[in-house]
Ligand binder design. Structure first.
Ligand SMILES: Cc1ncc(COP(=O)(O)O)c(C=O)c1O
Length: 396
């Protein structure tokens, strides 16, 4: 069918034309004498996106998974214990990665639909008088369920208890879209990928590390090479990389960081909140439930919608794709067939959200789900309009 395909998976996201144009260039010499004039300001500006002054941003060729691996391999030793919680496919995979690296993982199982269990983290850390827990893992935004967790809350627990564990945050689907404060929250390694809030193709693992993480790096015994922080920082200090960087993606990243900073991070976060709450208003108007168990868990970048009883969410997703050129995210692992996910992050505005909601309505109607066509779109229109503003503000 002619016209735009709708891309509403929670990453990769829609790519701005400015970013695309910035990458439509000849390949370049990454050892050129003027390359540092491009790299050094980019690394400095990336710190603003992570909201840190003292942290270091490292950009590896890779994806979010590589960022996870870098955090583990650079700061820990075999048999170290880490504290984690599992409440969706991505928090689960991070635990799996830790186990494959020979770490002991105390992984607290949580209902899929909730997030990091602060009380249980507090209890485990309080009981750990010998400080055997070396790192605490927090999946800031669980993309599989549309759940955002309280990273600052974990920091408070560590501080209250005087526990020295490192704090790792997976911000793959939050950083550059949802408020994330590396410095204020005392995060030691934060992981992002290029294909979500940064509005780029997949291909970069963007991580931010604290001084404390670099101190841990000095004694950490796990093997590392490609993701070695020391090698990367040494070369970065001169404006270069220890191996061939994904320079074309870095040119795109330059523009995406410019766009984020031009809009202003606070405005970026407010826009994501507005668009997400319009999606949630639509879901409520359809009479459906979302996977997140309550407002304290709602994600502003992805909403996992529960298919009604008797319907397979995959039929909705397939119909949306085959009939209406609309990509929605599927249910992962035990949510397969139970949810479809609407990604609402990155380069996105009101009418793009209405396109997604309209497409979902078409697909749901087509598979025979009983709901009032137009009800979700109408609720979102109201929510996004001036008329909805007063209700919206009152509800927040
Ligand atoms: C929260 C979260 N963490 C990690 C990952 C893995 O990232 P990647 O697929 O870029 O390796 C994803 C991917 O969607 C994710 O959503």
């Amino acid at each position: 069918m002619p016209g735009y395909r709708g891309l509403y998976v929670p990453g990769p996201t829609n790519m701005p034309f400015r970013v695309r144009q910035a990458m439509d260039i000849a390949l370049e010499d990454h050892r050129a004498p003027d390359f540092p004039q491009f790299v050094l300001p980019l690394l400095a500006d990336l710190k603003k996106v992570f909201q840190t002054k003292t942290g270091y941003v490292l950009v590896f060729p890779g994806s979010g998974t590589g960022g996870w691996e870098s955090a583990i391999a650079n700061t820990l030793s075999p048999n170290d214990t880490v504290l984690a919680s599992v409440f969706g496919q991505f928090s689960l995979l991070w635990v799996d990665l830790c186990q494959r690296f020979g770490l002991k993982v105390d992984a607290i199982p949580v209902d899929w639909g909730k997030g990091v269990p602060l009380d249980q983290y507090r209890a485990k850390l309080a009981a750990d008088k010998q400080h055997t827990i070396k790192a605490v893992l927090v999946t800031h935004n669980e993309t599989a369920t549309g759940v955002t967790s309280d990273v600052a809350g974990v920091r408070r627990i560590l501080d209250d208890l005087g526990h020295p564990a490192l704090l790792f945050a997976d911000g793959v689907s939050s950083i550059a879209s949802i408020d994330f404060r590396m410095e204020e929250w005392g995060v030691d390694v934060a992981v992002a990928g290029s294909q979500k809030g940064f509005m780029l193709p997949t291909g970069l693992a963007i991580v931010c590390v604290s001084e404390k993480a670099l101190k841990a790096n000095e004694t950490a015994a796990l093997p590392r090479c490609f993701f070695d922080y020391k090698d990367m920082l040494k070369a970065n200090a001169q404006g270069y990389f220890p191996y061939t960087p994904a320079a074309t993606l870095l040119r795109g990243l330059r523009v995406s960081v410019d766009m984020l900073l031009e809009e202003g991070l606070a405005n970026v976060f407010a826009r994501h909140h507005l668009l997400a709450s319009a999606v949630r208003a639509a879901v409520a108007a359809w009479g459906l439930r979302i996977c997140a168990h309550g407002p304290e868990w709602y994600s502003n970048t992805v909403t996992a919608v529960m298919a009604p009883e008797g319907f397979d969410a995959n039929d909705i997703i397939r119909t949306a794709y085959n009939r209406f050129d609309l990509s929605l995210g599927g249910g992962l692992n035990k949510l397969a067939g139970k949810v479809f996910r609407i990604g609402h992050l990155g380069w996105l505005n009101e009418i793009m959200v209405l396109q997604a909601l309209g497409g979902v309505e078409l697909a749901m109607h087509e598979v025979g789900i009983k709901f009032e066509p137009g009800s979700g779109v109408g609720a979102a229109v109201y929510h996004l309009s001036k008329a909805g503003e007063a209700t919206r503000i009152a509800a927040e």
